[in-house]
Unconditional design. Structure first.
Length: 255
């Protein structure tokens, strides 16, 4: 056996290894593949984040609708007044975030509120908190209440960029308002359709440029119930958008 091994043509032959050039080529290929993987992961993460935000907005809208059309009620602190079945809504805005006035809403948040004074308009007390004092909502008088019930912060780089009354699912639609605007959608018990949708343009200080009931050339933009309202959100890179469509019949879709 040993003699056969010595006579083998493979015995004693030096085996060739990998050259330096071959090693460098392999390392370069691995670096390229790894770079592509990291790049794709960042894009994937951004897409997932935007999808999650769209779903969160849709779920919060459905929750507000269920509160309003269901049997939920709220006790407000106004001489122990009992506010019963007065409607619930959701508040959106695309104004810039202000750390000293968070309850006003911004492009980095959305808010479920209890329409305590039944005017279909979200009211709040100035606050720097991102938590609503939902157990002690305050009713002082008409247009002077603290109605913040649930506060949702957008912690990702994504944000709300536009609101489109009677939109068609297209972020480039003429119906879309990219200027500072706020919108409140309210539902009440016994009605599947929203009681009213407020849509108000905001001035540089974040205050409405007009109020519902005042005559103005822009009246078509507020105190209305459009067939479909689109909420446009955009990722941090600005290269992808999602549309949350809310119909007056209670249908909510994400596209």
């Amino acid at each position: 056996m040993f003699k056969k091994l010595l006579k083998s043509k493979y015995f004693g032959r030096t085996q060739a290894g990998m050259t330096l050039i071959e090693l460098m080529v392999v390392l370069a290929i691995l670096a390229i593949v790894g770079g592509i993987s990291v790049f794709d992961y960042g894009k994937f993460k951004s897409n997932v984040s935007l999808d999650n935000l769209a779903n969160d907005i849709a779920l919060a809208t459905r929750t507000a609708m269920n509160y309003g059309t269901g049997a939920r009620n709220t006790i407000a602190t106004s001489n122990n007044a009992y506010q019963n079945f007065n409607g619930f809504g959701i508040h959106f805005s695309n104004r810039d975030f202000s750390p000293t006035d968070t309850h006003a809403g911004s492009d980095k948040s959305f808010i479920i509120f209890n329409d305590i004074d039944v005017n279909s308009f979200y009211e709040y007390f100035p606050s720097s908190s991102t938590i609503c004092n939902a157990s002690t909502l305050t009713y002082i008088g008409y247009m002077n209440s603290d109605e913040c019930l649930e506060f949702f912060t957008i912690n990702s780089a994504d944000r709300i960029v536009a609101i489109c009354p009677n939109g068609n699912g297209d972020p480039a639609s003429p119906a879309c308002i990219y200027d500072d605007v706020r919108m409140d959608i309210v539902w009440r018990r016994g009605y599947l359709e929203p009681a009213r949708i407020f849509l108000q343009l905001l001035d540089a200080s974040g205050n409405p440029n007009w109020d519902c009931g005042w005559p103005s050339a822009e009246k078509t933009y507020f105190c209305m119930t459009p067939d479909v309202t689109d909420i446009i959100i955009k990722n941090g890179a600005g290269d992808r958008t999602k549309v949350i469509s809310i119909s007056k019949m209670g249908q909510i879709s994400v596209k």
